[in-house]
Design a protein around this ligand. Structure first.
Ligand code: HH2
Length: 276
Protein backbone atom coordinates (compact mmCIF):
# COMPACT_ATOMS: atom_id res chain seq x y z
CA UNK A 1 0.00 0.00 0.00
CA UNK A 2 1.45 3.35 -1.04
CA UNK A 3 1.30 6.11 1.51
CA UNK A 4 1.90 9.85 1.43
CA UNK A 5 3.30 11.55 4.50
CA UNK A 6 2.48 15.23 4.78
CA UNK A 7 3.41 16.91 8.05
CA UNK A 8 1.47 15.15 10.79
CA UNK A 9 -0.80 13.44 8.26
CA UNK A 10 -0.42 10.03 6.69
CA UNK A 11 -2.61 9.31 3.66
CA UNK A 12 -3.20 5.77 2.45
CA UNK A 13 -3.31 6.00 -1.31
CA UNK A 14 -5.96 3.34 -1.76
CA UNK A 15 -8.38 5.86 -3.27
CA UNK A 16 -7.78 9.11 -5.17
CA UNK A 17 -7.27 12.07 -2.84
CA UNK A 18 -8.92 15.41 -3.58
CA UNK A 19 -6.89 18.58 -3.27
CA UNK A 20 -9.27 21.55 -3.09
CA UNK A 21 -7.99 24.81 -4.61
CA UNK A 22 -8.11 28.04 -2.60
CA UNK A 23 -6.68 30.94 -4.58
CA UNK A 24 -6.12 33.99 -2.38
CA UNK A 25 -5.28 36.14 -5.39
CA UNK A 26 -6.84 39.00 -7.31
CA UNK A 27 -6.04 37.46 -10.71
CA UNK A 28 -6.29 33.64 -10.78
CA UNK A 29 -7.74 32.53 -14.09
CA UNK A 30 -11.02 31.12 -12.84
CA UNK A 31 -11.66 32.50 -9.35
CA UNK A 32 -9.37 35.54 -9.07
CA UNK A 33 -10.62 38.08 -6.52
CA UNK A 34 -13.30 35.86 -4.99
CA UNK A 35 -11.33 34.77 -1.93
CA UNK A 36 -8.93 37.62 -1.37
CA UNK A 37 -10.73 38.71 1.83
CA UNK A 38 -9.86 36.58 4.86
CA UNK A 39 -13.46 35.72 5.77
CA UNK A 40 -14.32 34.67 2.22
CA UNK A 41 -11.18 32.54 2.03
CA UNK A 42 -11.87 30.76 5.31
CA UNK A 43 -15.49 30.19 4.37
CA UNK A 44 -14.42 28.66 1.06
CA UNK A 45 -11.86 26.45 2.83
CA UNK A 46 -14.54 25.09 5.15
CA UNK A 47 -16.84 24.52 2.18
CA UNK A 48 -14.11 22.57 0.36
CA UNK A 49 -13.55 20.39 3.42
CA UNK A 50 -17.27 19.81 3.94
CA UNK A 51 -17.53 18.82 0.27
CA UNK A 52 -14.83 16.18 0.70
CA UNK A 53 -11.41 17.76 0.15
CA UNK A 54 -8.55 15.81 1.70
CA UNK A 55 -6.05 18.67 1.34
CA UNK A 56 -6.56 22.43 0.83
CA UNK A 57 -4.05 24.02 -1.57
CA UNK A 58 -3.63 27.71 -0.73
CA UNK A 59 -2.09 29.91 -3.42
CA UNK A 60 -1.11 33.58 -3.31
CA UNK A 61 0.29 33.99 -6.83
CA UNK A 62 -1.45 33.17 -10.07
CA UNK A 63 0.54 31.01 -12.47
CA UNK A 64 -1.93 31.34 -15.33
CA UNK A 65 -0.36 31.94 -18.75
CA UNK A 66 0.79 35.55 -18.93
CA UNK A 67 0.61 36.12 -15.14
CA UNK A 68 2.97 38.71 -13.71
CA UNK A 69 5.14 37.75 -10.73
CA UNK A 70 4.19 38.75 -7.17
CA UNK A 71 6.72 39.71 -4.47
CA UNK A 72 7.34 37.34 -1.56
CA UNK A 73 6.05 40.01 0.83
CA UNK A 74 2.74 40.32 -1.01
CA UNK A 75 2.40 36.57 -1.38
CA UNK A 76 2.98 36.07 2.35
CA UNK A 77 0.55 38.84 3.24
CA UNK A 78 -2.12 37.01 1.27
CA UNK A 79 -1.59 33.45 2.38
CA UNK A 80 0.03 33.28 5.82
CA UNK A 81 -3.04 34.37 7.84
CA UNK A 82 -5.07 31.75 5.99
CA UNK A 83 -2.48 29.00 6.50
CA UNK A 84 -2.28 29.90 10.18
CA UNK A 85 -6.05 29.78 10.61
CA UNK A 86 -6.48 26.43 8.84
CA UNK A 87 -3.38 24.36 9.47
CA UNK A 88 -4.38 23.31 12.99
CA UNK A 89 -7.54 21.67 11.66
CA UNK A 90 -6.87 20.48 8.08
CA UNK A 91 -3.99 19.35 5.90
CA UNK A 92 -2.89 22.56 4.18
CA UNK A 93 -0.71 22.69 1.10
CA UNK A 94 0.88 25.93 -0.08
CA UNK A 95 1.25 26.62 -3.80
CA UNK A 96 4.49 28.58 -4.01
CA UNK A 97 7.96 28.55 -5.56
CA UNK A 98 9.56 31.02 -3.17
CA UNK A 99 11.79 29.61 -0.42
CA UNK A 100 11.00 32.42 2.01
CA UNK A 101 7.27 31.76 1.60
CA UNK A 102 7.85 28.02 2.08
CA UNK A 103 9.76 28.59 5.32
CA UNK A 104 7.08 30.86 6.79
CA UNK A 105 4.22 28.61 5.66
CA UNK A 106 5.89 25.52 7.15
CA UNK A 107 6.46 27.39 10.42
CA UNK A 108 2.70 27.99 10.52
CA UNK A 109 1.88 24.32 10.08
CA UNK A 110 1.60 23.76 6.32
CA UNK A 111 1.71 20.02 5.63
CA UNK A 112 2.72 20.24 1.99
CA UNK A 113 4.55 22.54 -0.44
CA UNK A 114 3.19 22.48 -3.99
CA UNK A 115 5.81 23.95 -6.29
CA UNK A 116 5.12 24.48 -9.99
CA UNK A 117 8.91 24.96 -10.37
CA UNK A 118 9.73 21.63 -8.69
CA UNK A 119 12.00 23.21 -6.01
CA UNK A 120 14.39 24.66 -8.61
CA UNK A 121 14.57 28.18 -7.12
CA UNK A 122 17.78 28.65 -5.11
CA UNK A 123 17.07 27.78 -1.47
CA UNK A 124 13.78 25.98 -2.14
CA UNK A 125 15.13 22.50 -1.50
CA UNK A 126 16.78 23.66 1.73
CA UNK A 127 13.47 25.18 2.82
CA UNK A 128 11.68 21.82 2.71
CA UNK A 129 14.29 19.12 3.25
CA UNK A 130 14.05 19.02 7.03
CA UNK A 131 10.78 18.37 8.78
CA UNK A 132 8.06 16.16 7.43
CA UNK A 133 6.08 18.21 4.91
CA UNK A 134 5.22 16.63 1.59
CA UNK A 135 6.36 18.26 -1.65
CA UNK A 136 4.69 18.30 -5.05
CA UNK A 137 7.17 18.61 -7.92
CA UNK A 138 5.53 19.88 -11.11
CA UNK A 139 6.81 20.06 -14.67
CA UNK A 140 6.63 23.42 -16.43
CA UNK A 141 8.29 24.34 -19.72
CA UNK A 142 9.51 27.94 -19.41
CA UNK A 143 7.86 30.54 -17.19
CA UNK A 144 4.18 31.50 -16.82
CA UNK A 145 4.63 34.80 -18.66
CA UNK A 146 5.70 33.07 -21.87
CA UNK A 147 5.13 29.32 -21.43
CA UNK A 148 2.26 29.04 -23.90
CA UNK A 149 4.23 30.61 -26.75
CA UNK A 150 4.74 27.64 -29.06
CA UNK A 151 5.86 24.90 -26.64
CA UNK A 152 7.69 22.11 -28.49
CA UNK A 153 8.51 18.55 -27.43
CA UNK A 154 9.73 15.43 -29.20
CA UNK A 155 7.85 12.94 -27.00
CA UNK A 156 6.04 14.99 -24.37
CA UNK A 157 5.43 12.06 -22.01
CA UNK A 158 9.05 10.87 -22.15
CA UNK A 159 10.41 14.39 -21.63
CA UNK A 160 8.06 15.28 -18.79
CA UNK A 161 8.72 11.88 -17.19
CA UNK A 162 12.50 12.28 -17.44
CA UNK A 163 12.31 15.74 -15.85
CA UNK A 164 10.11 14.53 -12.99
CA UNK A 165 12.30 11.52 -12.32
CA UNK A 166 15.43 13.66 -12.28
CA UNK A 167 13.86 16.18 -9.88
CA UNK A 168 12.40 13.50 -7.59
CA UNK A 169 15.80 11.77 -7.34
CA UNK A 170 17.56 15.09 -6.59
CA UNK A 171 15.00 15.87 -3.90
CA UNK A 172 15.28 12.37 -2.45
CA UNK A 173 19.05 12.49 -2.32
CA UNK A 174 18.80 15.83 -0.51
CA UNK A 175 17.04 13.95 2.29
CA UNK A 176 13.32 14.15 1.47
CA UNK A 177 11.96 10.64 1.92
CA UNK A 178 10.12 9.04 -1.00
CA UNK A 179 6.86 8.95 1.01
CA UNK A 180 6.89 12.77 1.07
CA UNK A 181 7.22 13.27 -2.70
CA UNK A 182 4.46 13.75 -5.28
CA UNK A 183 5.03 14.36 -9.01
CA UNK A 184 2.82 16.28 -11.44
CA UNK A 185 3.05 16.62 -15.26
CA UNK A 186 1.74 20.20 -15.07
CA UNK A 187 -1.20 20.22 -17.46
CA UNK A 188 -1.29 23.52 -19.33
CA UNK A 189 2.15 24.66 -18.18
CA UNK A 190 4.00 25.07 -21.46
CA UNK A 191 1.78 22.54 -23.24
CA UNK A 192 -0.61 22.67 -26.17
CA UNK A 193 -3.98 20.94 -26.01
CA UNK A 194 -2.45 18.05 -27.97
CA UNK A 195 0.34 17.77 -25.38
CA UNK A 196 -2.19 17.78 -22.52
CA UNK A 197 -4.25 15.07 -24.21
CA UNK A 198 -1.19 12.92 -24.88
CA UNK A 199 -0.16 13.27 -21.21
CA UNK A 200 -3.64 12.34 -20.05
CA UNK A 201 -3.89 9.39 -22.44
CA UNK A 202 -0.49 8.05 -21.38
CA UNK A 203 -0.78 8.99 -17.70
CA UNK A 204 -0.26 5.33 -16.63
CA UNK A 205 3.35 5.62 -17.83
CA UNK A 206 3.95 8.46 -15.36
CA UNK A 207 1.92 6.78 -12.62
CA UNK A 208 4.21 3.74 -12.85
CA UNK A 209 7.34 5.77 -12.11
CA UNK A 210 7.14 5.14 -8.38
CA UNK A 211 5.93 8.41 -6.91
CA UNK A 212 2.28 9.34 -6.34
CA UNK A 213 1.00 11.41 -9.25
CA UNK A 214 -1.05 14.60 -8.99
CA UNK A 215 -3.22 15.80 -11.89
CA UNK A 216 -4.40 19.41 -12.11
CA UNK A 217 -6.88 19.79 -14.96
CA UNK A 218 -9.64 21.76 -13.27
CA UNK A 219 -11.25 24.47 -15.45
CA UNK A 220 -8.16 24.69 -17.65
CA UNK A 221 -8.29 26.31 -21.06
CA UNK A 222 -7.99 22.99 -22.89
CA UNK A 223 -11.73 22.63 -22.23
CA UNK A 224 -12.38 25.73 -24.33
CA UNK A 225 -11.00 23.84 -27.32
CA UNK A 226 -12.33 20.39 -26.46
CA UNK A 227 -15.82 21.31 -25.26
CA UNK A 228 -16.21 24.92 -26.41
CA UNK A 229 -16.72 26.18 -22.85
CA UNK A 230 -15.80 29.49 -21.24
CA UNK A 231 -14.04 29.46 -17.90
CA UNK A 232 -17.29 29.65 -15.90
CA UNK A 233 -18.77 26.60 -17.65
CA UNK A 234 -16.07 23.97 -17.37
CA UNK A 235 -17.44 21.99 -14.41
CA UNK A 236 -18.59 18.91 -16.30
CA UNK A 237 -15.51 18.69 -18.47
CA UNK A 238 -13.30 19.15 -15.40
CA UNK A 239 -15.07 16.42 -13.46
CA UNK A 240 -14.75 14.04 -16.42
CA UNK A 241 -11.05 14.82 -16.70
CA UNK A 242 -10.48 14.28 -12.96
CA UNK A 243 -12.15 10.87 -13.11
CA UNK A 244 -10.22 9.87 -16.23
CA UNK A 245 -6.97 10.96 -14.60
CA UNK A 246 -7.75 8.98 -11.45
CA UNK A 247 -8.70 5.94 -13.55
CA UNK A 248 -5.32 6.23 -15.28
CA UNK A 249 -3.41 6.27 -12.01
CA UNK A 250 -3.48 9.80 -10.56
CA UNK A 251 -3.25 9.52 -6.77
CA UNK A 252 -4.38 13.12 -6.20
CA UNK A 253 -6.63 15.39 -8.26
CA UNK A 254 -6.36 19.15 -7.75
CA UNK A 255 -9.78 20.72 -8.30
CA UNK A 256 -11.89 23.81 -7.72
CA UNK A 257 -15.22 21.93 -7.58
CA UNK A 258 -14.73 19.41 -4.81
CA UNK A 259 -18.31 18.20 -4.25
CA UNK A 260 -19.07 17.12 -7.84
CA UNK A 261 -15.58 15.64 -8.21
CA UNK A 262 -16.00 13.62 -5.04
CA UNK A 263 -19.32 12.16 -6.20
CA UNK A 264 -17.87 11.23 -9.57
CA UNK A 265 -14.81 9.63 -7.97
CA UNK A 266 -17.12 7.54 -5.74
CA UNK A 267 -18.41 5.87 -8.90
CA UNK A 268 -14.89 5.04 -10.01
CA UNK A 269 -14.02 3.70 -6.57
CA UNK A 270 -17.15 1.59 -6.43
CA UNK A 271 -16.28 -0.02 -9.76
CA UNK A 272 -12.69 -0.66 -8.74
CA UNK A 273 -13.58 -2.05 -5.31
CA UNK A 274 -16.11 -4.35 -6.93
CA UNK A 275 -13.44 -5.71 -9.25
CA UNK A 276 -10.86 -6.47 -6.56
N1 HH2 B 1 -2.29 24.42 -11.74
C1 HH2 B 1 -2.42 25.69 -11.32
C2 HH2 B 1 -1.78 26.13 -10.16
N2 HH2 B 1 -1.01 25.30 -9.43
N3 HH2 B 1 -0.13 23.15 -9.06
C3 HH2 B 1 0.02 21.88 -9.45
N4 HH2 B 1 0.76 21.02 -8.72
N5 HH2 B 1 -0.58 21.39 -10.60
C4 HH2 B 1 -1.33 22.19 -11.40
O1 HH2 B 1 -1.83 21.70 -12.44
C5 HH2 B 1 -1.52 23.56 -11.00
C6 HH2 B 1 -0.88 24.00 -9.82
C7 HH2 B 1 -3.30 26.62 -12.09
O2 HH2 B 1 -4.61 26.62 -11.58
P1 HH2 B 1 -5.21 27.69 -10.55
O3 HH2 B 1 -4.52 27.62 -9.24
O4 HH2 B 1 -6.69 27.53 -10.48
O5 HH2 B 1 -4.96 29.07 -11.26
P2 HH2 B 1 -3.96 30.27 -11.02
O6 HH2 B 1 -2.58 29.75 -11.23
O7 HH2 B 1 -4.37 31.29 -12.05
O8 HH2 B 1 -4.14 30.77 -9.61
Amino acid sequence: MNVLRAGGYRFRLDRPLIMGILNVTPDSFSDGGRFIEREAALEQAHRLVADGADIIDVGGESTRPGAMPVSAVDEMRRILPIVEALAGSFPVSVDTSKPEVMVEALARGAAMINDVRALREPGALDAVREGSAAVCLMHMLGEPRTMQVDPVYGDVVAEVGAFLEERALVVESAGVERERIVIDPGFGFGKTVAHNLELLRRLPELARMGWPLLAGLSRKSMFAKIAGKGVADRLHASVAAAVLAAARGAAIVRVHDVGPTRDALCVLQAIENEGS
